[in-house]
Structures are given as C-alpha cells and as structure tokens.
Design a protein around this ligand. Sequence first.
Ligand SMILES: *Cc1c(COP(=O)(O)O)cnc(C)c1O
Length: 714
Amino acid sequence: MTAFLTKIPNHFDLPRRINRLGEMAYNLWWTWNPNAQRLFNRMDNALWERLNHNPLRFLRSVGRFEINAAAQDPVYLELYDRVFTNFDDYLKTTDTWTARTYKTRSKQTIAYFSMEFGLHETLPIYSGGLGVLAGDHLKQASDLGLSLVGVGLMYAEGYFTQRISEDGWQDSINNPLNFDELPVLQVLDKKGETLKITVKFPDRAVNARIWELRVGRLPLYLLDSDLDENTPNDRKLTTRLYWSDIDLRVAQEILLGIGGVRALRAMGYEPGVWHMNEPHAAFLTLERARELVHTGLTFKKAMAKTRKGNIFTTHTPVPAGNDEFPLWLIDKNLSNFWPELNLGRDQFVDLARHKEPWGETFSMPILALRHSDGRNAVSELHGRVSRKIWHFLWPNIEDENDVPITYITNGVHTPTWMARRLRLLFDKYLGEGWLDRLDDPETWTKVDSIPDTELWAVRRHLKRKLALYMLGRVRTRWMEGDFHPVQAIASGAMLDPNALTIGFARRFATYKRASLVFSDLNRLLEIINRPNRPVQIIFSGKAHPADEPGKMLIQEVYRVVKKAENGGRLVFLEDYDMNLARYLVQGVDVWMNTPRRPNEASGTSGMKAALNGALNFSVLDGWWREAFNGSNGWAIGEDVDPGTEVQDESDAESLYDTLENKIIPLYYTERGGEDIPHKWVVMIKESLRTVTPQFSTRRMLKEYIDRLYMPGMK
Ligand SMILES: *Cc1c(COP(=O)(O)O)cnc(C)c1O
C-alpha cells in the first residue's frame, strides 16, 4: 500500500469534537461518499453550493453559529462518527480485492501518467472525457486496494470557464487557481524544503515542484514549473492544458514524461508498471531507458529491460488526432538528451519517425507503441481501428487482426456518478454490499424487484432537481447583469420538469455532430412542440479555445436554441464541467450521442446516464455498440463496417424516425392510473441490468490488472 508524503495542516478553527473535518477536506474520498458530503452541506447548504462544493473554502467560511450547532447536534454527530469509522476502515483495511486476488505480487506500484485528471469540479485540471476517465481510474484503483500512484501536471489556471455571448460565441475565461484553497500539499525534502526536480533542455534547465493530492488510499503527484527560478516561458509550461503553441506543448510533454519519472524517483518510488493514458507522457519510456544506459547498458538492452513494464492506452481513432512534432522542434528541445541514451540524432528520431504528407514528424503514439509491451484501445471497434491505423509498425505481421493492440472497454466509477437517492434505493433492493459486487451481473438481476412506483419517483425527483438547478443558475447569471432575456430562456428558464428531456453534452468537436438533430429543423420543431407530448433537448459542452470549427458549431446550436419557435424547449447550458455533468446524467430521461463512426473511441457519459436510469439513444460506435441489445435503449443508424458509413443524412432520418415512433410514444402512452410509463420503466431496468455492471471502472480496472498490470510485473 502506498503512503502519503505530506502532512495535513491543521489550520481550521474547529471544535475538537468535529475537528477531523479538516482531514476529510484533504482527501477526495468524500467526493464519492455522499454521507461524507453531507457533513459539509448539512451545516450550510447554500454556502456549500455557492462555494462550488469546495470543503477547504467551506470550512474557512462557514459561520461560528453553524459550526457550533453541528458540534452539538446528536444527529449530526452520529453521522460524523459513522462517516469517520468508514473512512478509517477504508484507509486501514488490508482486506481489499487486490490483496485477496494477488496475494504475493500486489506490492509493486503502478505509476499512472496522464496529462489531465478529472476528479472533481473544484480541481479543473481536466478538459473532458480523457481526464474524467483518468480520475475514475484512480478512484477505482483506490477502491480495489491497488498500489497505484498518479502522475500529472498542476495547472496554475486550469481549464477555462466558458461563457456564451448573446450571438452564441464561446468566450473563455482563465482565472488563476488559488492552490491554498485546493486539497493539494507541497512535497518537501528531508530538510523540510520544497522538493524540486530538474529537467534539462539544450539551452536551460527547468525546475518543478510537486503537489500531492489524496485520492482515497492513493496519491496523485502533480508537477508545477511555476517557480521563481524558471524563465517566464518555462513557468507557463504548467499554466494551461494543451497549449496550441507546439513549442510549449512539446516542453510540457517532456516535463510530464521525463520530469514525472524523476519526481517519482526523488520521492523514493520504484514502480513495476508504467501506464501512459494517451501518448503525452511517452517520453517516460526514454527516461526509464536512460536510467539503465547510465549504469552502462546499451540503449537497446536498456529498452529491452524496461519495455515490459510499459503500458500504453490509445484513445484516438483518427491518425490526425495524434500528437506529433516537427523534427526541428525535437532538435531544439532534445538534442542534449539523445547523447545520454548513447544515440545519434538520426537513431533518436528513428524511434518515432513518421512520414506525413507534409513532411517527417516525431510521433508520440509511435514512440509509445514501439516501447511498450502492453498496448490497448478503449472499445472493441476502436481496437479494430487502432490495429488498422498502426499495422505499418509491424511489417512482419500479415494479418491486421494479429497486430498486438488489444482493447479494454472504458467504464465509469459508479459511486462518483450515481445519484444518492438511487444509491439508497439500491441499498434497499440489491442487498448489502452491492457496491462491492457491482460488476457482477448477478447483483443486477434484483432490479426487477424494485417497484415501478419507487424507481419512477426517484427519476422524477432527479429531473426536478436538474430543472431547479438550471433555474438557480439562470437567476445567478441574470443578477450578474449583461445577460439578455433571450439568453435566460436559452439557459433553461422555460423548461418543463415533466416533459420528456433529452441530454446532449460533450466536448464540441465536429465529429460529435452536435447539430445533426437540426438537419431538418421544421421536423424537429414539429416533434418537440406537440402540445400533449413536449420534448426538450439540453445541450452543453466546451470547444477547445483554438478549435474554430468547434466554436462555430456551438454558435450554430445556440442560434437555433435562441429561436422563439422552439418554445424555450431547446437549451444550451454554459460551462459544462463535472458538476453540471452530474446533474445532467442524473436528471435527463434520454442521453443522446451522435458521433460520426468510428470516431468515438469509447465515450463514457452515456454510461453515467445509464447507471442513473436514463436511456441511451446513440450511434452504434464505441461503448454503445457493445452495450446496445435492442431492448435497453435505442440505436441511431446501423452497425455497419466503418468506412462504408451510412452518412449524416440517413443517421438524421433514423434519429427523427426513432424519436417520433418509438421514444416519444413509449414515454407518453400507456401510463395507467398511477401515471407511470411502465414500459419505459421496464427499459430502464433492462438498461440498469445490462449496462451498470459491465461499463463500470470496477470491471474495467480488474481487466487492466489481470491482463496488463500483472503480466507487466512478472
Ligand atoms: C464524462 C464526461 C466527459 C466524457 O463524455 P463523452 O461521453 O466521452 O463525450 C466529458 N466531460 C465531462 C465533464 C464528463 O463528466
């Protein structure tokens, strides 16, 4: 088991009886344990909401009166004691899945590298699904008792806050984060001073310090180059996610890959497995080899010795979506590094040389694929696409199917994404300890025993909660001023908490085809405005600030959303983040996804919706292609071979047709005296039964452990 290197400061002025709240504020365990959250929000819910669920800020701001009241309230204290008993048991127990399953070999640490981690809305060091997956991976590793440490970057500003102007243009707001208000603590050396690591570039050295973040039982280490001794430009390496400036970008990846290995060494880690989530950290394969070259081995021998422990997960199904750098940039940033590997310039470039139509590049996925023994894609179809894309790297393998890239379909961390009300319902009907058996399909056969009335009551509650949340946001924005009334309506002011509600929220990348549903606008308006069967669609999502087509897509959606003819039933919510994602996946009836196949490597938001009882309505791409069984949701288009795609037009036709003839009638008809759409509820139960166990990180991480981590350690 891993240990933490930092000490939690006791700087909250709390009564002794409840002074461990400060400790809880510094461990993200509370984010997936609703009772622990209630220790904060029960004191002052309005403040808790206003501070964006930030326990550090909350404990510093909450009033004396509220604190003292809690410390004297027997109900609160009972909850407090129960939560801390659970928390202590969780941290101390040695009886974990990993310990039970791998008695002897579970001691070696796994280092998990990612450019972004989506753990909670207060820590905006993620941009989208890749980061949220990494965050879920850590939480699940903690739950399974896996000895894993995360490695990433601590961004001074984090990902941007999105504002949509009246004409639908995305403005990005970058505000510096106040690390003092975040649950991160600086790692110190033996003398009690800031521990620093150094990465040398040809013309300079860059220093970085390390922040520790507790995710249940395990630490996440975040590198930060914002130090006085670095040049202004080098301080920018950890200001924002994914610089578009390739000079900064390559240096950022050098810091993560090479600096990340050095940071782990400086802290005394000897990981047995090194996992790269996307190839941004692929320089770590070279740094690990360098360590052995330094002891006298040739590069070839050093690589042969280290590559077995390297694991690379690809998430990108389009070759152009991959990170690659022009060779001059490699010369500029790494010419001091290849001599340390005892390689010449050409030998070094050969490690990842890629011929593109516009010239030669140094390709990060090629670097990662060539120097890892474990390689995987993130869904079955994505596995096939990846083997095809990268077949040329294995010229001796004739059959594309034999290309050594396997797949492990993504999952989501159930306790993070499931509504508390639903958890309580499952506590009642799935039997004790169901969360520890959630990846066992057997656990879910019991959903049939849940009365429709109870399940439907929770669903209605969650939708009302979403509607009220949106109204609250509209009100806040309105009071801030500079908000046109039409923007208030476009933000959900006229939504009906009883109408069939569809959610569409994700990054606005063009392949996700956010505007597919508008292909025949008159038909759509006719569908959503039927007086007895209204339908509303909630859109949300950010485009990368440098992605002009993505921003234009938002504008296209926003223009339609602003039209009076839609009756306020089409909505765009600003600033999609993990908080809004939780409200949406929990509150909507239908989760829609319309990617152009096969570009959605996996997708995960639909899994979050399914485990909350929303039904998926999506293109048969990524995960949904594996999950859809004909009676647990709906498909858009057909499951044809990629390449022979039925295109936008027929997908749109399928979308309208299914909405009109299947989804809407199922929701609105045959409701009986209790006004419950029983057939809809049957479908919810089928979706819960089939999706929740399989598309969980509990199933996913066990696969990583069994198929990649343990073999990598042998
Ligand atoms: C889950 C999640 C995503 C990923 O969604 P996709 O289905 O991959 O589009 C992106 N952003 C946030 C905030 C999420 O919670």
